[in-house]
Design a protein around this ligand. Structure first.
Ligand SMILES: CC(=O)SCCNC(=O)CCNC(=O)[C@H](O)C(C)(C)COP(=O)(O)OP(=O)(O)OC[C@H]1O[C@@H](n2cnc3c(N)ncnc32)[C@H](O)[C@@H]1OP(=O)(O)O
Length: 414
């Protein structure tokens, strides 16, 4: 009997949830309350499954998302998540079938891109996704930082205050929206995210530890930063504190907020190590410490992946540092986004139209995704043999056009 892949129905949902947990190696049992809570945040019109003799053996879902491009404009994205195939049904093409159906639907819905956070690097390139942001985590050896152990708050007239989850649900969404308006690579957070991540919604599958929340207010009284961290309870044999603070989330809208919140978490008594969690690779952190080497990179990896569905809409949605023309021949084995495009770029925006002119560059849609957020120079992709240059100087021009000053960053896992 063949395995059927399709959108799920209401009655499939508990079995779909069981299959999801199985694929992610989590205990596949749920209370009725948890099933209801999780169901409430899902649009079943975008939830797929594969069924073998009526039993769910694969899961896949998408939801509407906004992705920030360089310059601050946002493009409509279809965010893909909850992708699993049960170990009994792996490598029979179920992921490929669900991905092809979802990408066609996303294009039909008018979404310009598809986004995801890849569990493993080799999975998604074959479907036209390219990595577009980098995640960096540092481990800070606090005694080595050289920070003044007598630090007692910011010296810029601002202040740091501890708040609770209720406060965070009030002030967090606006802070994140202000960050996402200027940080290319950022995606939006919905109300459900804030409820789950402040403990207002709890699920037995994800045991909750109440974190500490600290906000930074500028001298003018404006909230410019929010730090969420947890601490362990570890002491050395010589009765010295060896506690680690692990940052769950940090939104800093200004360098002053970033400085104050990093200095704050490094100043908390008993904390000797700070794990930063997912940060931008050009986060200011190391250089806010007298000894930047006290911040050691422990993770540096690809994070957000992007699949272009509408090349024109994406290239027109960002700004460019200078004015120039480039003819791009875009290859796409699925033909969802293939074509030749004339990009007329400028600092205030761009026009991108289909073209029959001879191309300056030929590249796969995967490479164009990587290029268009600005984290990777065209010259590096060309050196890897992933971009073909037909007009001398075109790769150097693409370097100039696509690179951004600060690097793209996606603060959110989804
Ligand atoms: C956005 C997210 O949710 S990321 C989370 C992804 N999920 C997981 O990692 C959970 C554990 N893994 C799984 O559930 C499954 O192995 C999946 C979903 C990754 C793959 O599902 P499958 O149905 O086995 O994939 P499918 O059979 O369609 O494979 C298509 C191709 O990708 C390849 N492929 C699939 N998974 C992997 C992998 N993890 N590493 C390398 N290649 C892979 C297959 O070999 C196949 O290649 P081919 O076309 O050259 O033969």
């Amino acid at each position: 009997m063949t395995v059927e892949t399709r959108l799920i129905t209401e009655s499939d949902y508990p079995d779909w949830l069981r299959a999801l947990s199985t694929g992610f190696l989590r205990p596949p049992v749920f209370t009725d309350e948890e099933i209801a809570t999780r169901r409430a945040s899902m649009d079943l019109g975008r939830v797929r499954g594969a069924f073998d003799e009526g039993r769910c053996v694969a899961t896949y879902r998408s939801f509407a998302q906004q992705l920030t491009m360089a310059g601050g404009a946002r493009v409509a994205a279809s965010a893909v998540s909850n992708v699993t195939v049960s170990p009994t049904h792996r490598r029979r093409g179920l992921l490929s079938r669900m991905t092809e159906a979802e990408l066609a639907d996303a294009k039909e819905r008018g979404e310009s891109v598809s986004t995801l956070i890849a569990a493993e690097y080799p999975i998604y390139g074959r479907y036209g996704y390219g990595p577009v942001t980098t995640t960096t985590e540092w481990s800070v050896d606090v005694p080595r930082t050289g920070l003044d152990p007598r630090w007692s708050g910011p010296d810029d007239g601002g202040r740091v205050d501890l708040v609770d989850g209720t406060d965070v649900r009030k002030l967090g969404p606006e802070l994140h929206q202000r960050l996402a308006a200027v940080q290319h690579g950022a995606v939006d957070r919905d109300e459900h995210w804030w409820r789950v991540n402040t403990g207002a919604v709890r699920m037995p599958a994800f045991p909750w530890t109440e974190p500490f929340y600290a906000v930074y207010r500028s001298a003018a009284g404006t909230v410019e930063g929010l730090l969420t961290y947890v601490a362990d309870d570890k002491w050395g044999d010589a009765k010295q504190p060896l506690n680690t603070a692990t940052v769950r989330d940090m939104i800093a809208l200004t360098p002053a907020a970033e400085r104050a919140l990093w200095h704050f978490v490094c100043s908390v008594d008993w904390i000797t190590t700070v794990r930063t969690g997912n940060r931008a690779p050009d986060d200011l952190l190391p250089h806010l410490l007298p000894d930047p080497r006290a911040a050691r990179v422990v993770t540096q990896a690809d994070f957000l992946w992007l699949r272009l569905l509408d090349v024109r809409a994406v290239l027109e949605s960002r700004t460019y540092p200078s004015s120039a023309h480039l003819v791009l021949d875009v290859r796409d084995s699925s033909s969802l986004a293939a074509g030749r495009f004339l990009l007329d770029a400028s600092p205030s925006g761009a026009a991108c139209v289909p073209s029959s002119q001879s191309p300056d560059l030929t590249l796969d849609v995967r490479e164009l995704a990587t290029l268009c957020l600005g984290d990777e120079p065209a010259s590096r992709l060309a050196a890897l043999g992933r971009i073909d240059e037909h007009r001398p100087g075109a790769v150097a021009l693409a370097d100039t056009l696509f690179r951004t000053g600060r690097r793209p960053w996606c603060p959110d896992v989804f």
